[in-house]
Design a binder for this molecule. Structure first.
Ligand code: FAD
Ligand code: SIN
Length: 527
């Protein structure tokens, strides 16, 4: 089927939906989501959204914290514009119906997380993302200009390549005309022609064995844009959240929000002893890269599979009011967090890099925007400050909406695009070829391209990824399209980019830590 729209939006998290709400005032919008609308990383967010709301906080303080967390590899201009627009964007989210927790005084209750010098994180208990997703979904569903295609998988964006032209990365007039979208229930690939396309496909945590990310996070958007010869950046910086609940077979790993450490919970090693002060003066509230590495080191020293987060000294009222979901989850596993320590382990959580964008979320491909976790705006540098990603998505989706709506009337659909050609492909009867490769990929990335890296580990990863790449491309060329083969292909692509970028960075900085180039200020690794 051929579908025509003004604005194509791939992704239904905070980036996709907040953009769609705005551009819907200017034309027809089609939102494509590979799962149900609210199965997004956005819906899983716990801690909250960072914004400057009241004194003594200030834009300058939030900017300084963001730059420091990012080891000053951030783009300062982008940091400044994101933070100075934070208050306005969050107020808009509130106007759209999002409810954040209040204090008795009528002000918003603000939490503090690692790396923040002030209390500035708006939250809804420990279910902030679910509340944001609820409000946005309700708003979207009432708009007559918006059509939603749930459970549809975007395979590739359409460019001049599909008109039979040779498209090289050096070409500076690559243009996006829409995307090919697979309906997995019928196997039909729709040709969606769009005047502008927004890629808001979220992260890629599933390239690792242990991740807090939902199953949808397979890096599809990054891979699609890279295949279309768009510019991708900053890929070596993968954030591992220090505290996911240790429960080996659960996917995704359940997050224990950093806000719990902000409220006073403390990390302890396998022997029940505090250790973070040996690594950083900020203790358990140091930035994530430092805490994750410290935990990794403590686990290696003791040979244990996890460490503990101790919240036993927090007031019962605080636990029940602020962390009801964590309390209930742990209780369901037989852990009463009021009386017992929580076993925790780091898990892949957030990819700082992605599709490179400018101040208006424009990618290097004309009429293609990217916002949210899929993008690399320059905000995060070498490490993302906690709770800055929901904010980033809001700011850049807003900016993209200004640019896209401003030019929509001057754009035409490209009619000459051929439909998807499935000639010569057959149904792959052996799912094991895909599932086994996926497991291998995750094992390679977790063993060689995780929290601590080395030249040798990265080289091993690249060699093995090359084999997986060849086998999978071969299978892809012969197979009828399925979500599983497309995701595997995208994950291999993203894993390759993470590893390649990591190999090229010959220093330890932020989230990229390699034993071959130790940092100038070495952490104390002795117990
Ligand atoms: P998502 O919300 O992940 O949405 C991606 C969308 O793209 C989905 O609808 C998906 O179906 C769709 N999609 C993907 N690929 C395709 C495809 N091929 N075809 C069609 N559709 C596709 N950040 C904070 O700032 N504060 C927090 O407190 C916080 N807590 C977090 C807790 C957890 C457990 C996790 C996992 C993340 C957390 N983060 C937090 C990070 C933050 O939630 C995400 O970075 C952010 O929600 C990403 O939003 P997004 O709109 O870019 O992507
Ligand atoms: C958390 O609640 O700890 C996650 C916050 C984030 O990822 O920004």
């Amino acid at each position: 089927m051929r579908i025509q729209t003004d604005f194509l939006v791939v992704g239904s998290g905070i980036a996709g939906l907040s953009y769609a709400i705005k551009v819907a005032e200017f034309g027809k919008v089609l939102i494509v989501s590979k799962s149900v609308l609210d199965e997004t990383a956005t819906g899983y967010a716990q801690g909250g959204i960072a914004a400057v709301m009241y004194t003594p906080d200030s834009y300058e303080k939030h900017i300084a914290d963001t730059m420091k967390a990012g080891s000053f590899l951030n783009d300062e201009e982008i940091v400044r514009l994101t933070i100075t627009e934070s208050t306005e964007r969050v107020k808009e989210l509130i106007d759209w119906g999002t409810q954040f927790d209040m204090e008795g005084s009528g002000r918003y209750a603000l939490a503090r997380e690692g790396g923040h010098s002030e209390f500035r994180v708006l939250h809804h208990q420990d279910k902030t993302g679910a509340e944001i997703q609820r409000a946005l979904t309700e708003k979207i569903k009432e708009h007559p200009n918006i059509t939603i295609l749930e459970n549809h998988f975007t395979v590739d964006i359409i460019t001049q390549h599909h008109l039979g032209q040779i498209v090289r990365r050096s070409r500076n007039d690559i243009t996006c005309y829409g995307a090919y979208v697979l309906d997995p229930t019928t196997g039909i690939v729709h040709t969606v022609l769009a005047k502008t396309t927004m890629i808001a496909t979220g992260g890629a945590g599933n390239v690792y064995q242990t991740t807090t990310n939902p199953v949808i996070a397979t890096g599809d958007g990054i891979a699609m844009v890279y295949r279309a010869k768009g510019v991708v950046d900053n890929m070596e910086f993968v954030q591992f959240h220090p505290t996911s609940l240790y429960n080996p077979h659960e996917k995704p790993s359940f997050l224990i929000t950093e806000a719990m450490r902000g409220s006073g919970a403390v990390l302890k090693n396998f022997n029940g002893k505090e250790f973070m002060h040996r690594y950083d003066a900020r203790g358990s509230l140091a930035p994530r890269d430092i805490v994750a590495r410290a935990i990794d080191n403590e686990m290696k020293l003791s040979g244990s599979d996890h460490v503990y987060l101790d919240a036993r000294h927090l007031k019962e009222k605080e636990i029940l009011e602020h962390f009801p979901a964590i309390h209930a989850k742990c209780l369901s596993l037989g852990i009463d967090i009021r009386k017992e320590m929580i076993p925790v382990v780091p898990a892949a959580h957030y990819i700082c890099g992605g599709v490179r964008t400018d101040q208006y979320a424009r990618t290097s491909i004309t009429n293609l925007y990217a916002s949210g976790e899929v993008s690399s705006t320059g905000l995060h540098g070498a490490n993302r400050l906690a709770s800055n990603s929901l904010l980033e998505a809001l700011v850049f989706s807003h900016r993209a909406s200004i640019d896209a709506s401003g030019k929509i009337d001057s754009l035409e659909l490209c009619e000459g695009i051929p439909d998807w050609n499935a000639e010569g492909t057959v149904l792959n009867e052996e799912m094991v070829l895909i599932t086994q490769s996926r497991k291998e990929l995750q094992a390679i990335m977790s063993s060689y391209v995780g929290i601590v890296r080395s030249n040798l580990r990265l080289k091993r990863a690249l060699d093995r990824l090359e084999i997986l790449f060849k086998e999978t491309e071969d299978l892809y060329d012969k197979s009828v399209l399925t979500v599983e083969i497309c995701e595997l292909r995208n994950m291999i692509n993203v894993a390759y980019l993470i590893t390649k970028f990591a190999s090229q960075r010959r220093e330890s900085i932020g989230l990229h830590y390699t034993i071959d180039y130790p940092p100038t200020t070495e952490i104390n690794q002795k117990s």
